[in-house]
Design a protein around this ligand. Structure first.
Ligand code: 8DG
Length: 157
């Protein structure tokens, strides 16, 4: 099968939901229920961008559907390509820091468990069975929040 051109990947969006964009200490992670190859793995809540949606609109919609929260978007965690982080041969994901501006997150759809995990130190976050493609995103996320913790430099807004 022919590989899609790099700019024709299926666009996925994900939320790095933190307790606070100004002083992030914990990340909300979600355990998938499907499909079988991803069931039981942890991920950034989110999903596919539908026709006619911007990435930001899609992310707000997904987080409301899946977690029941209204999302305040902070900075993007930039990936290596225009479409963000490669997930597989056919899809890439853009990821933003997010804080809930309303609602208490609950596993309403696609997940059977949510967990607030400390960003630093890394052990608890790294020990979870993540979707493998998400690991480089976690590294970038922790580097960004580590800088914020160490230097107090900038919030993630
Ligand atoms: N949401 C999300 N998807 C991820 C991550 N990492 C990763 O490889 N993926 C993959 C799994 C899926 O193949 C695809 C996202 O599809 P999805 O099933 O979450 O999309 P969706 O909520 O729109 O679901 P649907 O309407 O198609 O059922 O991206 C991640 O961290 N978060």
């Amino acid at each position: 099968m022919t590989k899609p051109a790099p700019d024709q990947l299926r666009q996925i969006v994900g939320g790095a939901v933190v307790d606070s964009l100004d002083h992030p200490t914990r990340l909300l992670v979600a355990r998938r229920t499907a499909p079988p190859q991803f069931a039981g793995m942890w991920e950034f809540p989110g999903g596919k961008v539908e026709a006619g949606e911007t990435c930001e609109t899609a992310l707000r919609r997904e987080l409301e559907e899946e977690l029941g929260i209204q999302a305040r978007l902070g900075e993007e965690i930039p990936g290596p390509g225009a479409q963000g982080w490669p997930l597989n041969e056919a899809a890439a994901m853009r990821v933003w820091f997010v804080e809930a501006s309303a609602g208490d997150a609950a596993p309403l759809q696609d997940h059977d468990e949510l967990r607030w995990v400390p960003l630093h130190p890394a052990q608890e976050l790294d020990a979870l069975p993540w979707i493998p493609a998400d690991r480089p995103i976690l590294v970038a996320l922790r580097a960004r929040t580590g800088l914020q913790v160490q230097t107090g430099e900038g919030s993630l807004r």
